[in-house]
Design a protein around this ligand. Sequence first.
Ligand SMILES: [Zn+2]
Length: 407
Amino acid sequence: MHPVVKPALRRAWRDLRYVQFGMTAAHAVVMGPVDTATGSLLSRFDGTRGLPRLRAEARAMGLPDGHVDALLERLTEAGLVDDVTGGGPAVSALRKRKEAYDRLRPDLASLSVVHPEPGGGAARLAARGAMRVQVRGAGRVGAALAAVLSASGVGRVDVLDGGRVEPWDVAPGGLPAEAVGERRAVSARQLVLRSAPGRGRRTARCSDGDPPEPPPLSLVIVTPRDGFPAYAPDPVAAEDWMATGTPHLYAGVVEASGVVGPLVLPGGSACAGCLALGRADRDPVWPRMAAQWRTPRHRGSSPGPCDLGLATAVAGMAASHALSFLDGELPACTGTRWEVSLPLLEWRSRRIRPHRDCPCGAAGQTEGERASGAGTPHDTMAGAAASTERFRMTDAARQLGIGGAHV
Ligand SMILES: [Zn+2]
């Protein structure tokens, strides 16, 4: 192990004895009291030294045996230590792909902030490389979202869509102007390959010969060009994912409103059926109206309203939620829908309750109740023990108005 105090967190001494790592309430930690010698030792946790050398240097500084290990334990418990040699074989392989690794360094630094254990961020980044995500829809939201996932290290991003690229599909970060007239599926595939970090990966995926067996889908993201099926998802369209237990997430823009969520964990959190039944409970004529809105007369062939800034924001937020899920968390869109509308753009969340009459069974599951039945967005993370622990730390930090986890 070559420990390094996470460089992604800014460091500042609050006074002569207490040092704060990080600025934001979500991730900042205060450590102290720290004596002068320990402070000096801290600066040597920079990733260039292994533990034997650190112990020898501590002895030379007059520090007692065990001081290095005790300090390392304190720092590790606070989530402040990374291991520049850790993460396992997949991480080692990623480090050898220098171009890809350099592209992903900011993402790795971000993951190191989020995941407390040494090497945890790198392990998650490498794990993305083995994952497969399907994005259904290559409009302004779907194409940009697929590009972001690919650029974030997701190994395989399949984009499904029909027809040919229209001028109004073009977006920065999405389909380029040169693609107008090309088949959407082909253009989206090229976009995904162009966006992937590192040429080695692209070459491997485009090589001749029998393609390797695709890994199972980790996630399906529904991003229809006409945002209505994201706003009012069709339970029938989700039947296969429900039957196979495939997690799926809805995101789109409709009528100057953006929507991200819910992320559906089949049988564990509210699904499209729960959403539809809940709406019908609140407004009995909803099904009748939804049927009218679904008809081709309303969908037409002309582009619907879709503000480019809003579409980009929805794509980015949906991608971030998806990545959080792929990295092992239960993001705030689990069983919850986030909505935002022009012109004020205030994000608001609405929890989707599992419906007792929905055949998905989420209403009868404790896990489902936990995943979707909590009162605040952060509470939706309660299903993951690690997240709960971090939430407590965050909560304590907020109470202090700074990072507050003293170690
Ligand atoms: Zn359901």
